[in-house]
Write a protein that binds this ligand. Structure first.
Ligand SMILES: Cc1cc2nc3c(=O)[nH]c(=O)nc-3n(C[C@H](O)[C@H](O)[C@H](O)COP(=O)(O)OP(=O)(O)OC[C@H]3O[C@@H](n4cnc5c(N)ncnc54)[C@H](O)[C@@H]3O)c2cc1C
Length: 354
């Protein structure tokens, strides 16, 4: 039987879907947290906009321990599969926009499309989101010519003129990629060109790239269906011009969109969530992990470690809340559900013989 939510009673809203713990975000931090919670037998649901987060944009990762080189998307899919093996559940296409702590200490979450979820503990692992241009037409043509992931969407614009609105290495990499696909690429950047010297040289020498330094976007133009152009302004002279492009790629960096949780957590000057060394926020039962937090060095392996830590701490919180005195210190359990590859043993034997 459904429990009282303790809030918004009589509002006519449908009963929320309940789980022990909900993880917001299916990037490296959220996926790892789900794996660790599922291994403890916790009923865990991951609610996320997408699978992979920033990993989707990493063409190749060469510094994840134990894996020489892997596409970001493949790494995400591997961890998701591993978490599913132990019973973690996933819900994609959901953007959480509201979170409240109810009188009974549980949390009520709401998504942009009106879904409602309730859990005894929540792990905030919603990482960083691409910065927007904040100009007219951007929202209207988002996904219809405006893209925030050149690696994902660039190949769809082969043979078409495009513009990159970007900064630093991130912008330069996008331009270099599109220069190999598009007849003309405009690079609109708010400063003088800067970044990795090799990338700068590559972009400067590409014949089909027009560099517009110290320029800013003014408005995205469209025909009602798709992008048809981009109006840009010279920041020094104020002169405006229209670029005839069918794709606008925004590569301006990333930000932590923590506005909807700020009543429950402390934020630092970058808007990142401040946690203790266990991933706990100032609200009991609310944990955070990965790039959305104040931890330094935004890396896949660090988000993974952070997710594991927050998961174990959230598990201990849940046990205590339920009056069970069985705090765990780590997870060394061998379930036998997945057998190690035989080659590994052969490899070790060979190494011993050497
Ligand atoms: C181009 C690029 C290359 C990189 N290369 C490397 C590399 O070589 N090596 C390395 O170690 N690291 C690399 N990184 C960094 C690494 O990818 C990140 O540090 C790491 O993946 C962050 O994981 P995360 O789970 O903390 O956050 P994210 O990856 O940002 O994941 C956040 C998740 O939350 C979801 N989400 C966001 N808001 C909401 C919401 N309100 N409701 C529901 N879901 C939400 C997102 O859709 C996403 O699934 C790279 C990053 C980029 C962008």
């Amino acid at each position: 039987m459904a429990q009282s939510t303790g809030g918004r009673e009589g509002s006519g809203s449908p009963e929320p879907e309940r789980h022990d713990i909900i993880v917001i975000g299916a990037g490296m931090a959220g996926l790892t947290a789900a794996l660790y919670l599922a291994r403890q037998g916790v009923d865990v649901l991951v609610v996320s906009k997408d699978l992979g987060g920033q990993l989707l944009q990493a063409t190749v990762i060469e510094n994840y321990p134990g894996i020489e080189a892997i596409k970001g998307v493949d790494l995400a899919m591997k961890v998701e599969k591993q978490a599913r093996t132990f019973g973690a559940k996933f819900r994609y296409g959901e953007l959480i926009t509201r979170i409240e702590r109810l009188e009974d200490g549980s949390f009520l979450l709401e998504s942009a499309r009106g879904s409602r979820y309730q859990a005894e503990a929540v792990i905030l692992a919603f990482g960083k989101t691409p910065k927007r241009m904040n100009v007219p037409g951007e929202d209207e043509y988002d996904g219809r010519g405006v893209s925030y992931c050149t690696i994902c969407d660039g190949p769809l614009y082969r043979g078409k003129n495009t513009a990159v609105v970007g900064i630093g290495d991130q912008g330069l990499e996008a331009v270099a990629l599109l220069a190999g696909l598009c007849p003309r690429v405009y690079y609109v950047t708010p400063t003088k060109l800067f970044g990795d010297p090799d990338l700068v040289a590559r972009v400067r020498s590409a014949e089909n790239v027009t560099i517009l330094e110290k320029h800013e976007p003014v408005r995205v133009l469209g025909d009602g269906r798709r992008v048809a152009g981009l109006v840009v302004r010279d920041k020094e002279t104020g002169e405006e011009k229209t670029l005839e492009v069918e794709g606008v790629f925004v590569e301006l960096g990333y930000e932590a969109k923590t506005e909807f949780v700020k009543h429950l957590v402390d934020l630092n000057e970058n808007g990142e969530i401040v946690t203790d060394c266990m991933g706990a926020t100032r609200t009991p039962g609310l944990f955070a992990a990965g790039d959305v937090t104040h931890i330094p060095f935004k890396q896949a392996v660090i988000s993974a470690g952070d997710g594991a830590k927050a998961a174990l701490a959230a598990f201990n919180y849940l046990q205590k809340r339920r009056g069970r005195n069985v705090e765990i210190k780590g997870d060394w359990k061998k379930t036998g559900r997945v057998k190690p590859k035989v080659q590994l043993r052969v490899g070790l034997k060979k190494r011993k013989e050497q």
